[in-house]
Design a binder for this molecule. Structure first.
Ligand code: SAM
Length: 233
């Protein structure tokens, strides 16, 4: 069950990632040269992807993974290279097409099933692990907690996602971001404190029996994001 705030933000994100920012996002996630600030963001995102994948077993043969909000698919490819069977879903058909084009032909034992749609779609089935890298940062904390709780009902072993931490530096960066023309702006990021989101998650009935695992913040130039792992037991 999704809320009106979730649905309206989802609509804004689809427009933003599928049209407004699709080209910039394609470049940022490629090997093409980018400006200094973007290079720091790219480096931070590479570290974050490694942090999230570091929460999963090294050998993923036989494991089913949901890459929730897969974008151009880099995390899915790395998980599949380790043998996982990945369902990679994103709202943006443009980014999913690009992800398909970028996927190497030979993934060994791994495979990726790319889908266009909502990560909350229960028809996607169940998974061993659900990973959501920077795809929940634009949702209000209450909606983010509900999405993670829904993952809890579908994941057997682990959930790893990121949130935008509420810090003075991030607040300042967002203020600077608001100086850019409206047309170029992303839908607002919704920062949340680590303690606040942890409290919300542990209060979700669907997350009873889950505990907090790894908690790690990555800061690199204009990129700041916090990884949180939930594990069963
Ligand atoms: C900041 S990008 C990150 C993409 C990718 N995870 C990465 O780290 O490269 C956020 C992505 O989440 C996707 N997204 C946001 N809400 C979604 C939803 N409800 N269902 C599926 N995808 C969603 C957006 O379309 C966008 O591609």
């Amino acid at each position: 069950m999704t809320t009106a705030t979730y649905q309206s933000r989802r609509g804004e994100l689809q427009t933003y990632f599928d049209r407004t920012a699709a080209e910039a996002w394609a470049r940022l996630t490629s090997d093409a040269p980018v400006s200094g600030i973007r290079a720091t963001v790219r480096a931070g995102r590479d570290r974050m992807r490694a942090t999230l994948l570091g929460c999963l077993p090294g050998d993923l043969r036989g494991a089913r993974i949901l890459d929730a909000g897969c974008g151009t698919g880099a995390l899915s490819v790395e998980a599949a290279r380790r043998g996982a069977s990945v369902t990679a879903i994103d709202l943006s058909p443009t980014l999913v097409n690009l992800a398909r084009e970028r996927t190497p032909r030979d993934l060994g034992a791994g495979r990726i099933d790319f889908r266009v749609g909502d990560m909350m779609d229960s028809k996607l089935g169940t998974f061993d692990y659900v990973v959501a890298m920077d795809s929940l940062i634009h949702y209000r904390a209450a909606d983010m907690a509900r999405v993670v709780a829904a993952f809890g009902a579908r994941a057997r072993a682990g959930i790893v996602f990121t949130f935008a931490p509420r810090t003075p530096l991030l607040t300042a960066m967002h203020t600077v971001g608001r100086l850019f023309p409206r047309a170029d702006r992303a839908p607002a990021i919704e920062p949340v404190g680590e303690r606040a989101i942890t409290r919300r998650l542990l209060a979700e009935p669907a997350l009873a029996g889950w505990n907090i695992g790894t908690s790690a913040r990555i800061t690199s130039g204009f990129y700041m994001s916090h990884a949180l792992e939930l594990v069963r037991g």
